[in-house]
Design a protein around this ligand. Structure first.
Ligand SMILES: [Ca+2]
Ligand SMILES: [Ca+2]
Ligand SMILES: [Ca+2]
Length: 225
């Protein structure tokens, strides 16, 4: 029994300090209300659309690439997008999911909603990013702030807790959104996560590990006990 406990503790320590277990991916920017003018063509396909130009921008603020295959994005109504197999997001990089159309942003990883729409309500919605274990990795709830002909974004990118209007940030130089880049136009970003969030993320992974262990033991017991 004592040996078992030591093995678990060693495994936990390995997990805690392994750089390969990090998955620091979050929702960084949301465009629910593309303006009806030419400025609204967020996916740059030449068509201004209130639905196709909606987007959810993800940011991997860790240093390691993360396999997002099978992760999903939901709004308060339903699952809107399942990230396809082979979706790898390099560290410190962005991925943008548009409502639809034919995104043509140079040098930016883009996808379009697998359900055909993101369905983001302008006056309030809840956007959630799930991993393949259906765990919530990032969740954003907004109200009428989403209804201003521009995106809402974290600032600083990746680190800000509250979402603000994109053009309200001085570094945006008046731009109304920045799909695939930081507010200031940079295509990569370096964010040092707070130690508290680092610990919380690791605890979540550890709990997952223990859950699996318990399930495995139960299965073993029912077969052999
Ligand atoms: Ca909308
Ligand atoms: Ca468009
Ligand atoms: Ca952005």
């Amino acid at each position: 029994m004592k040996l078992k406990r030591i093995i678990i503790l060693v495994l936990a320590a390995l997990l805690l300090f392994s750089p390969f277990t990090y998955a620091f991916v979050l929702i960084n920017e949301i465009l629910a209300d593309p303006p009806a003018t030419v400025l609204g063509d967020a996916n740059q396909d030449g068509i201004v659309s209130a639905t196709q130009d909606e987007f959810v921008e993800l940011l991997n603020f860790g240093q390691d690439s993360v396999d997002l295959s099978g992760w999903s994005i939901s709004d308060s109504t339903s699952v809107r997008h399942i990230l396809p197999g082979g979706t790898n997001l390099p560290g410190n990089n962005f991925l943008v999911v548009f409502g639809g159309g034919h995104p043509s942003l140079t040098g930016i990883i883009t996808q379009t909603a697998s359900s055909g729409t993101l369905g983001l309500n302008n006056t309030g919605d809840q956007v959630t990013l799930y991993n393949t274990f259906n765990q919530i990795m990032s969740q954003v709830t907004y109200g009428s702030l989403g209804n201003h002909d521009q995106s809402i974004t974290r600032f600083p990118d990746g680190a800000g807790q509250d979402f603000v209007l994109h053009s309200s940030i001085a570094e945006s130089h008046g731009k109304i959104f920045s799909p695939g880049t930081a507010v200031d136009g940079q295509t990569t970003i370096s964010v040092v996560p707070e130690i508290s969030s680092l610990v919380l993320w690791q605890m979540g992974l550890l709990l997952l590990g223990f859950q699996r262990k318990i399930t495995t033991n139960k299965f073993y017991d029912s077969k052999h006990g």
